[in-house]
Structures are given as C-alpha cells and as structure tokens.
Write a protein that binds this ligand. Structure first.
Ligand SMILES: C[S@@+](CC[C@H](N)C(=O)[O-])C[C@H]1O[C@@H](n2cnc3c(N)ncnc32)[C@H](O)[C@@H]1O
Length: 294
C-alpha cells in the first residue's frame, strides 16, 4: 500500500513513484524502482525518464489507478500484464494473460529471420506459436515486401496478435490461424521462412520457474514436454512439407537445447544449420535450410 502520509493532494509524480518503489522493494522486488516508474509513466502517458520532470498535478483518479496497479504488482503479476503491453524490437505489443510476454532474447530470432529473407522481394513467413504476434509483426515491419501467417493453438492469443497487427498497420499482410502447429494450414502453401519460439521448458522444471512466470504466464506457452524438446520434433518434421525451395526453419531454443535441436534437424536433412548466441553468450537461435529435393 502507498503510505497515506505521502499521498496528499500536492504530491509530485516523483514522490509518488518513490513511495511506491519503497513499498515494492520492501516486498522483495529487486526491480522496484523500474516497476514503479513503468506503472506511473503508463498512467501519466509519459516516458519513465520524464517522471522527475513531470510537474503537473497528479489527479486523484490517477493516484487511485496507480495504487491499484502497485497492489497488483505486489501479488507478483508482471508489469506487462498490468499495463497491457510490452516493448519488443522497435514496437509496442499488446499482451494479456493468454500471451507470453515477449522477451528481449527473442529479438535475436527476428534478426536471424530477417537475414534469411533479406534477398527476397516478396517472402512469405510463417510464425508457429505466434502468441502476441511479436516475431511475425516485427519481421513484417522491417521487410515491407514480406507477408505472413501467424498460427497458435490459443484463439485468445490470436485475438491479441490480430489487435497488434492492426496497431502496427500490418493487417493487410497478415493472416492468423488457430492451428495445432500445421494442422489447419492449407496443404501446398509454401513459406520462405518458418520461425518458431515454441514452448521449451522441460515439464519438471516449471515448478522451479520464477513466481511471476510460473503463476501468471500461460503454461501452454511454457511446457515443452518431458525434456523440453517435444515441439522441436513436431515442428521440424512437419515444416518439411511447408518450406519453399531453399526456405529456412528458424527456432529459438532454451539453455542447453542447441545441440539436441541441431541433431534432430540434421537427422531430418536440414542443411547449412547455424547457431546464433544471445547477448549473454548463450546459444539462442538455430536456422537450417530445407533439405535439397531429390
Ligand atoms: C513460448 S510462446 C511464444 C509466443 C511468441 N511467439 C513469443 O515469442 O513471444 C509459445 C506459443 O506457442 C503456442 N503453442 C503451444 N502449443 C502449440 C501447438 N501445438 N500449436 C500451435 N501453437 C502452440 C502457445 O499458445 C504460445 O503462444
């Protein structure tokens, strides 16, 4: 709770943010200042860095809404769900409890995917398990000739992806399909790039995830089966029937998963397999080309 002594009518934005940060820090939140700033900046429709410069009065309504958000954060709910959006690549994406919150690590998959279609004028892209649509829409925002399909097993996630396509004026170049991987994707359609950041947490590790991930993010976006690799097996195999000649399959992988995922792609005949590391030096993205047709 925000200390009532500090919540008088003349309280400045910076004072409100500091009081909330102290409350969040006392609850054990290591990013209390960042979180308090993000929540207040959202309410005031300003950038977090502008909070110290915000001299206008904060209305009672704004204070009450801020208090409610801080209370939600105290329960462990991630900031992105509270404010309903998350920055990713160069765009802001709507998110809710049905979508994974886009992670900075996943921007590598966008970069690698863009590299694979850079020489094509009108590439087609498929994002399997698109969630908020962040990967597909970021790729289409950079490559103006590209069009794509986002597929997800969650209709509720697809609603969010469609809202994001609309937010970024990309509806004309996108299609969203409720599908269990390729189950509802028309036979005969070919993609120059298939990207996926599938669920890859081994089922037995989910209980040990950070509270805000385990308790708030959808399990269907996290659970990769007993060894975390179930989705890679299914997608690598099915993608063979949907890749265009010289088309690429690009995955995000979890820690220690690059060797087994490379091995299963090699076993299926994928060529020129490359592994890319994230900024922490962890193998994070894998790309392979469709096997040569005989
Ligand atoms: C790790 S999340 C990735 C979401 C988004 N692409 C991102 O990177 O933020 C995995 C997504 O795969 C979806 N998913 C899980 N199983 C699926 C399946 N069998 N077919 C299609 N999508 C599936 C989940 O609903 C979730 O949206």
């Amino acid at each position: 709770m925000i200390n009532q002594e500090d919540s008088g009518p003349c309280q400045t934005a910076i004072a409100l943010a500091r009081t909330a940060a102290a409350t969040l820090a006392a609850s054990g939140n290591p990013l209390a200042h960042r979180d308090a700033d993000l929540l207040l900046a959202h309410i005031l429709s300003i950038e977090p860095a502008a909070i110290p410069l915000f001299t206008a009065a904060v209305s009672n309504d704004q204070k009450i809404r801020f208090q409610t958000m801080v209370d939600r954060r105290l329960t462990g709910e991630p900031v992105a769900y509270i404010i309903g959006e998350q920055g990713f690549w160069s765009l802001d994406f709507y998110v809710n409890e049905h979508t994974l919150i886009p992670r900075p690590d996943t921007e590598l998959l966008v970069e690698v995917g863009l590299k694979s279609i850079a020489n094509l004028a009108r590439p087609t892209v498929m994002d399997l398990g698109c969630g908020s649509g962040c990967i597909l829409l970021s790729i289409l925002s950079e490559h103006v000739g590209a069009s794509g399909v986002g597929a997800d097993i969650s209709a509720a996630a697809l609603d969010v992806a469609l809202r994001n396509a609309s937010r970024h004026s990309l509806v004309a170049r996108t299609d969203f399909v409720e599908s269990n991987w390729f189950s509802n994707i028309k036979k005969g359609v070919r993609f120059n790039l298939i990207v996926s950041n599938p669920p890859y947490i081994p089922a037995g590790d989910i209980a040990q995830l950070m509270d805000d991930v385990r308790d708030f993010e959808p399990t269907s976006a996290l659970d990769g089966g007993a060894d975390g690799l179930d989705c890679y097996h299914a997608i690598s195999l099915q993608a063979l029937g949907y890749l265009a000649k010289n088309g690429c399959l690009a995955f995000e992988v979890g820690v220690d998963q690059s060797a087994p995922v490379c091995a299963l792609m090699e076993a299926l005949g994928y060529r020129e397999i490359e592994v890319y590391r994230d900024l922490s030096g962890i193998d994070r993205a894998i790309v392979g080309k469709k096997p040569q047709e005989s």
